[in-house]
Ligand binder design. Structure first.
Ligand code: FES
Length: 142
């Protein structure tokens, strides 16, 4: 085989072997993100977890529906809030030791009912309606 023939065959082979990659890049990507099976019921309430999980973990964060459930230490009631900090939109975390929601970005703190404890945030976290039935926690999201 002459050099010219070899290079010609190699070039065609390389093109043929890269064709599937090129074609795959042209098609829209399929989402590989895990999808949630959870969806709100006809009454708009979404089951987000159990009271046992909440009491063990201290909070239940649902990123898909942007909500966090905690217990209000004042009266032990369930509270569901939007965890998006009203300052600049970071996600707040529940601090078990202080019983506050703390923003990791600029240090705002919120009480379990969503009220501002420490600025720079000046507005409270938004509340959702929450209820408990048979040990499960439901939040009205729709
Ligand atoms: S985004 Fe939360 S304090 Fe700034």
């Amino acid at each position: 085989m002459e050099r010219r023939q070899f290079l010609g065959l190699f070039g065609v082979g390389a093109l043929a072997s890269s064709l599937p990659v090129v074609l795959a890049a042209c098609y829209p990507k399929q989402s590989t993100a895990p999808t949630s099976e959870a969806s709100p019921g006809a009454d708009g309430f979404l089951e987000v977890g159990t009271v046992a999980e909440l009491d063990q973990e201290g909070s239940i964060l649902n990123k898909e529906f942007e909500l966090i459930v905690v217990r209000n230490p004042e009266d032990n009631s369930l509270v569901a809030l939007n965890p998006e900090c009203p300052h600049q939109g970071c996600t707040v975390n529940w601090d078990k030791s202080t019983q506050n929601l703390v923003c990791p970005c600029h240090g705002s703190k919120f009480a379990a009912d969503g009220g501002v404890v420490k600025e720079p945030a000046t507005k409270p976290l938004a509340n959702y309606v929450v209820k408990e039935e048979n040990g499960s926690i439901f939040v009205k999201v729709a």
